[in-house]
Design a protein around this ligand. Structure first.
Ligand code: MLT
Length: 402
C-alpha cells in the first residue's frame, strides 16, 4: 500500500507575473504535502513529541511542466532511504486534470535536537513510512549507492538477479520474471535506463556493479544467481572482481569477455554523438536491425515495438553514460578460468549479429564446466524473441542448482 496521495490547489499568489507557479511556492507545496501526509498518519507532532526536528539538508527538484492558478496538484511521496539519523523522501507532483508530471523532487533530512545535534529518526515515523513502501505492483524504488533505482522483485526461493543489456530496461525479462516461479526474481533498471534515475555523469562498469551490490545488500540478499545479457554480462564480470564469494550460479547471455577493439571504441563515440544530436529514437532506429533476428523483425511486431520503445524511452544521459562505460571497460578473460566451481550456463541466439555463437563458444571453452545453449530463431535478445524456450532452459538450469 502506498502513502496517502495529497491534493493541493495552486493559488494566484503562488504564481509569477506570467501566471506560472514560482520556485518558492513549489518548495512550500512539497512541504505542505509532507505535513498533510503526516497529519493523516502518525501526526504532525511525530518529530517534536520526541524532542527532534527534521532539518532539511539537501533538495533536488526537477521541474517538468508549468502549473497555473486553479490547477489541482496530486503529491505522491515515498521514503527512499532510512538511516539512523537521516532519511530521504521522494515526491512527485502531477496535475490531476491531465496527469501531467509537473515536478519531482528528493529531500534529504537529518533529525536534530534543540542544540542541532543529530538524533535518531523517531521510530513512529520510520514504522509508518516502512508500512507504506513505494511500490507499484511489484516495482519498488530504492535509494542505493546515491541513486534511485526501480527494481522489480517477485516470488520466493533462491534469488536470481537479472541484469539487462544496453540501452534497454528490466521489461526485457518480462517473460522470465513471470515464468520462473519458485525463485526470487530481482530485475532492476540500471542507472540511466528504464525508470531509474539518470544522472548526467558518473557511469562506469564499476559504478553499475557497485549499484547492484548495494541493491542486493538493501534487499538483504546474501547469495545470488546472476543472469546478465550483453552489457549485463559486462557488469557481472565487474561484479565478480569484488563479489565472487556470494555467487551461486551464473548465466551469461549474448555477451563477451573481451574489451572493445579500437574500431568498436570509435563506434561508441559516434553513437554518443548521434544520441546527443538526434535523441534516443535515432539510436533505436540504428540498433533495431542489429538487435533482432531477421525472423523476429519480420514476424514479431510486438517484440519490435517493445524493443523500440525501451530504447526510445532511455534518457540520453543514460545512453551516453553506458556507451562511455562500455568503451572504457577492461577485458575480463583472465577471470574466466577461476569460475570452475560456479555452475555456469552460456546462452546465445543462433542469429545474434552482435555477439555471435562463436563468441559464446569462446566463453564456454574458457569457463571450466560451462554449458552452452543456442536458441534457434533468436538474435541478440533471446529472452524477448524466444521467451518460452529461454524460460524453459533457464528453469532447467536453475532447478539443478537449488
Ligand atoms: C547490449 O546489448 O548490451 C549491447 O549490445 C552491448 C554492446 O554494445 O557491447
Amino acid at each position: 500500500m502506498s502513502l496517502p496521495e495529497i491534493d493541493l490547489v495552486v493559488y494566484p499568489d503562488e504564481c509569477d507575473a506570467f501566471g506560472h507557479l514560482n520556485q518558492a511556492s513549489f518548495l512550500s507545496l512539497f512541504e505542505r504535502a509532507r505535513w498533510e501526509m503526516l497529519l493523516r498518519g502518525p501526526g504532525m507532532d511525530v518529530f517534536t513529541r520526541g524532542g527532534s526536528w527534521p532539518a532539511l539538508r539537501k533538495t533536488v527538484i526537477e521541474y517538468r511542466a508549468a502549473a497555473f492558478p486553479g490547477d489541482v496538484l496530486r503529491f505522491q511521496q515515498a521514503l527512499t532511504h532510512h538511516g539512523r539519523t537521516s532519511f530521504t523522501m521522494r515526491q512527485t507532483a502531477r496535475r490531476v486534470q491531465d496527469d501531467t508530471l509537473i515536478a519531482s523532487a528528493e529531500f534529504v533530512f537529518v533529525c536534530i535536537d534543540r542544540q542541532g545535534r543529530p538524533v535518531p529518526v523517531p521510530p513512529a515515523f520510520g514504522e509508518y513510512m516502512h508500512a507504506h513502501p513505494e511500490t507499484t505492483g511489484n516495482v519498488q524504488r530504492l535509494m542505493v549507492h546515491g541513486v534511485n533505482l526501480a527494481v522489480e522483485v517477485l516470488g520466493e526461493g533462491p534469488p536470481v538477479l537479472f541484469v539487462h543489456g544496453y540501452p534497454l530496461n528490466r521489461t526485457m525479462w518480462r517473460a522470465q520474471l513471470e515464468g520462473l516461479t519458485g525463485f526470487r526474481r530481482i530485475a532492476p533498471d540500471l542507472r540511466g535506463m528504464g525508470q531509474s534515475d539518470a544522472p548526467d555523469l558518473g557511469y562506469g562498469m564499476n559504478i553499475y556493479a557497485a549499484d547492484l551490490a548495494a541493491l542486493l545488500d538493501a534487499l538483504g540478499i546474501e547469495e545470488v544467481i546472476l543472469c546478465g545479457l550483453s552489457m549485463g554480462g559486462y557488469i557481472i564480470f565487474e561484479l565478480l572482481r569484488t563479489w565472487r564469494s556470494r555467487l551461486r550460479g551464473l548465466v551469461l547471455m549474448d555477451t563477451r569477455a573481451e574489451a572493445d577493439t579500437p574500431e568498436a571504441r570509435r563506434a561508441r563515440d559516434s553513437a554518443a554523438s548521434l544520441a546527443r544530436e538526434r535523441g534516443a529514437a535515432a539510436i533505436a532506429e540504428a540498433m533495431l536491425p542489429k538487435l533482432l533476428a531477421p525472423d523476429t523483425l519480420a514476424n514479431q511486431p510486438d517484440v519490435v515495438e517493445h524493443v523500440r520503445s525501451m530504447i526510445a524511452g532511455t534518457p540520453v544521459a543514460g545512453i551516453v553514460g553506458a556507451l562511455a562505460a562500455m568503451r572504457d571497460r577492461a577485458g575480463s578473460e583472465s577471470l574466466l578460468s577461476s569460475l570452475a566451481d560456479v555452475p555456469t550456463m552460456v546462452m546465445v541466439g543462433e542469429s545474434d549479429a552482435l555477439t555471435p555463437p562463436e563468441q559464446a563458444r569462446t566463453l564456454v571453452e574458457a569457463i571450466p564446466g560451462a554449458r552452452l545453449e543456442i536458441i534457434p530463431g533468436a538474435g541478440h535478445l533471446p529472452p524477448l524473441e524466444q521467451p518460452e524456450e529461454v524460460t524453459r532452459r533457464l528453469r532447467e538450469f536453475l532447478s539443478a542448482l537449488s
